[in-house]
Design a protein around this ligand. Structure first.
Ligand code: CA
Ligand code: CA
Ligand code: CA
Ligand code: CA
Length: 376
């Protein structure tokens, strides 16, 4: 494989044709004037450029791309965020995998940043889209004519029939100035995925690390103060990645930061460099279970695997994406919070090549390595 493209590129492996070999998608920034490219893995150490046939040779200004199977048909679909010069600053496009080697753009959402996660535990991934606020001119504090434009935080519920319904106000996102980088993860292990997000305080001119706790009833509550996160953020939030770095069963958070002052530019203020931050999760009495997937017939990393877990009266659903998330990489271990349950009653693992693994009565607070067994 020879890639003759310079500049910013976003590489993502996936299994778009479910043949057990990981393929490669590379998005490109428009200023480099080169299209995105999809390489099919031939399985013999070589790759073949299938971008044109797949309909993915796109020339546009890509901010982020990632793979998720939004319609649960077992084929990974592609999400791409493009930067635009409109008020909402971007467009998030969903390209559906048509199962025949081609992709079709099925949906477009206004916004710049996105994250996928099943917030209501119905087995379909929902989409969170954020737009940061901005000012009409730099140095707005010194110019009476300058205006501040609010950004937004929008949550779209996936109805499972191809329809997405906006539920932002109902779920509690209405007063924020806007959002930026966001990540879904169950920080308190109660079985409902929560959200980490950068939000803004325009007056103080700072970005705020914010945790929105999922209340389990389709609403979120800002619990940042309770979590003990530091509120004097040192810079422009760049990326967030979760992993249980100390193996205590609670997901921890690593944040990277660029130079401070994102929205407001003040010539009298020195732009200090942002620091990276590792937040250790203090945990609780809630229980958990972790899965490490080992593919044999499907790809070795288990990418594209769909996992459904039942504990008590709760169902949870995850897709294995290797932890890929735009500018950061989460742990690839599949993590479930179980709340007070002492076991998961049933865990169903659907591998990309249609093999199925079913586990029953799995005790809480352990990590299991799950090897794919060939169909009998
Ligand atoms: Ca799909
Ligand atoms: Ca859902
Ligand atoms: Ca939670
Ligand atoms: Ca931890």
């Amino acid at each position: 494989m020879h890639i003759q493209r310079a500049g910013e590129e976003l590489l993502h492996t996936l299994i778009y044709d479910n043949d057990g070999y990981l393929d490669l998608f590379i998005a490109n920034a428009k200023r480099h004037d080169a299209p995105s490219v999809l390489f099919r893995n031939n399985g013999d150490g070589t790759f073949f450029d299938v971008s044109a046939n797949a309909g993915l040779n796109i020339i546009d200004d890509t901010v982020k791309s990632s793979w998720i199977d939004y319609d649960n048909d077992g084929y990974m679909d592609l999400t791409i965020a493009f930067s635009k010069k409109s008020w909402d600053r971007g467009e998030i496009c969903i390209y559906r995998n048509m199962q025949n080697g081609t992709f079709k753009k099925t949906m477009t959402f206004k916004g710049l940043i996105y994250a996928w996660g099943d917030y209501d535990n119905d087995g379909y991934y929902d989409l969170l889209v954020t737009i940061p606020p901005r000012t009409s001119i730099k140095g707005y504090k010194f110019n009476m004519l300058a205006r501040i434009f609010r950004g937004s935080i929008k949550l779209y519920e996936n109805k499972g029939n191809g329809e997405f319904v906006e539920v932002s106000s109902k779920t509690g996102f209405k007063n924020e100035m806007g959002g930026d980088k966001a990540v879904f993860f169950d920080y308190d292990n109660d079985g409902d995925i929560d959200i980490y997000m950068n939000t803004y305080d325009i007056e103080k001119d700072i970005l705020i690390d914010t945790i929105f706790m999922n209340n389990g009833d389709k609403t979120f509550t800002n619990v940042t103060e309770k979590t003990g996160m530091i509120q004097e953020i040192r810079g422009k939030g760049c990326s967030a990645a979760y992993a249980d770095y100390n193996n205590d069963g609670f997901l921890d958070l690593f944040l990277t930061n660029d130079k401070e002052m994102y929205i407001v530019w003040d010539p009298l203020k020195e732009r200090r460099k942002g620091q990276n931050v590792l937040y250790k999760n203090r945990g609780s009495n809630n229980r958990w279970v972790k899965l490490k997937l080992i593919g044999t017939k499907s790809n070795r990393e288990g990418l594209g695997v769909q996992i459904t877990l039942y504990a008590g009266d709760k169902m949870q659903y995850r897709q294995a994406t290797g932890g890929m998330e735009g500018y950061s990489q989460h742990s690839s271990v599949i993590h479930f919070g179980l709340g007070k349950a002492v076991r998961a009653d049933r865990i169903e693992i659907a591998w990309p090549n249609k093999n199925k693994t079913v586990l029953t009565n799995v005790s809480a607070n352990q990590m299991l390595a799950i090897k794919e067994l060939a169909r009998q």
